[in-house]
Design a protein around this ligand. Structure first.
Ligand SMILES: Cc1ncc(COP(=O)(O)O)c(C=O)c1O
Length: 440
């Protein structure tokens, strides 16, 4: 067996990364503190994207790091099936306390993708348990991102994530993308547009397939990964009305909107709409260890519990569900969110963030800007040589200016750390301004 040299980059096949380009000019983070990463070649890079939407409290938060270290010494692993730790129940309760209404029961996973597949399976199993096993169809949305499991890719609506992987799950439809830059471009916050412009299709699908065949609709309350697109005012409330009327479950994928991104504990609370299931991950434990979760309504949970007289009620779970290290990080994260009033602080910072985002309007190639809470997205006109080149160029220029942002094709997303001070936001945007200047 050969020992690869420490700087051999060939063995690691990187996710969602242009591997060849990366390995020709790698960006290797070796440490982090607060709002900054430190690279192997001695750079200090401001985190303008909270990791990947996930480290809202900044990096290496001492309380979270200490909680993980102490847990690793006390109890490293406890079997997830037939055993549990007291802290897993504590964290579930703390999460449930932050979701509205009847959303009361938390099932732990290790990622957003697993949370999505879990929620879809819960929806199917719930209908079956209540004698409506014909409800098997799932409805997602164009440009939706629900992770990379087969379930999530099936209901997801990003073409590049789907096209290589065959027919995916059968019986899936997609709602229209609820945003049109031609009418809503450069809107601050939620566009003012008749939600039925985008929801009439749901009624048409229900008529076509009959409600008795449809299990659930899944949407991101705010579209994140596709580039921060905000649904029109009233869209989610109307979606709730239509799904409820037809006995179709509504799932909010809160992987990005959970735990503060909108200056609120979650999108359900922010938009004042109560779905039947929510997925979450990322901010639940500041991404200091892998963790995701699904929260289910009491109706779903109790139906599943009551349907089985003896034994396992839901044949689903992961070896690392409620992993003690992830739970320790989760409890510490939730304590910091609570004690430091992070949701309110993020909400208070949002107007400045909005102004800074929309201050980019006159930068070269910018053709749209959107924002909500501490999430911002902008679209660049595609380079004549092909889509995605300008987005990648701005991403690289930002890195040269010591700033990490996210590019998806020609859309750019900014997601500052939730505990930023105004001067942190200003520094993000001055670095971004210099990055635009490099684009020419
Ligand atoms: C809305 C949404 N759902 C699911 C996922 C997948 O999460 P993970 O990468 O943890 O599997 C993401 C990741 O960005 C997401 O934004």
């Amino acid at each position: 067996m050969t020992q690869a040299p420490a700087n051999d980059l060939s063995a690691y096949w990187m996710p969602f990364t242009p591997n060849k380009a990366f390995k020709a000019a790698p960006r290797l983070f070796v440490a982090a503190e607060g709002q900054f990463y430190f690279t192997a070649d001695g750079r200090k890079v401001r985190d303008g994207f909270s990791g990947l939407w996930c480290s809202g409290l900044g990096h290496c938060h001492p309380r979270i790091a200490e909680a993980i270290a102490a847990q690793a010494r006390r109890l490293d692993y406890s079997p997830a099936f037939n055993f549990a730790t007291p802290d897993a129940f504590r964290l579930a309760t703390e999460i449930a306390d932050q979701f509205p209404g009847a959303l009361n029961h938390v099932f732990f996973t290790n990622s957003g993708s697993e949370a999505v597949d879990t929620a879809l399976k819960m929806a199917l199993a719930y209908h079956r348990a209540r004698g409506e096993g014909s409800r098997t169809r799932l409805i997602g949305r164009i440009n939706g991102y629900h992770g990379v499991g087969f379930g999530g890719v099936s209901v997801g609506g990003m073409p590049n994530n789907r096209k290589a992987f065959g027919p995916l799950l059968p019986g899936v439809d997609h709602l229209p993308f609820p945003y049109d830059a031609k009418v809503s471009g450069f809107t601050r916050g939620q566009p003012d547009r008749d939600p039925m412009a985008y929801l009439a299709e749901l009624e048409a699908l229900i008529t076509l397939h009959d409600a008795s065949t449809i299990a659930a609709v899944i949407v991101e309350p705010m579209i994140g990964s596709a580039g921060v697109f905000i649904p029109p005012a009233g869209y989610l409330a109307r979606l709730r009305e239509i799904t409820a009327k037809h006995g179709v479950l509504l799932i909010f994928d809160e992987v990005i909107t959970g735990f503060g991104r909108l200056g609120s504990p979650n999108g359900a609370t922010f938009f004042g709409v109560e779905p039947d299931l929510c997925t979450m991950a990322k901010g639940v434990n500041n991404a200091a260890a892998p963790m995701g979760a699904v929260i289910a309504s009491s109706q779903i949970h109790d139906t599943m519990m009551d349907a089985t007289a003896f034994g396992i009620e839901f044949f689903h779970g992961y070896t690392y569900s409620a992993h003690p290290l992830a739970v320790a990080a989760g409890l510490a994260t939730q304590a910091v969110l609570r004690e430091e009033g992070v949701y309110a602080r993020a909400a208070a910072l949002a107007p400045l963030f909005e102004d800074l985002m929309h201050g980019l309007r006159d930068k070269p190639h910018v053709i749209d800007i959107r924002n909500l809470g501490l999430a911002g997205g902008l679209t660049l006109a595609a380079d004549p040589e092909g889509p995605g080149r300008r987005g990648q160029a701005l991403f690289l220029a930002a890195y040269e200016e010591g700033l990490s942002i996210r590019a998806n094709g020609d859309t750019i997303a900014i997601a500052p750390i939730l505990t930023s001070r105004p001067e942190d936001l200003e520094d993000i945007f001055s670095r971004l301004g210099r990055a635009f200047a490099r684009l020419g």
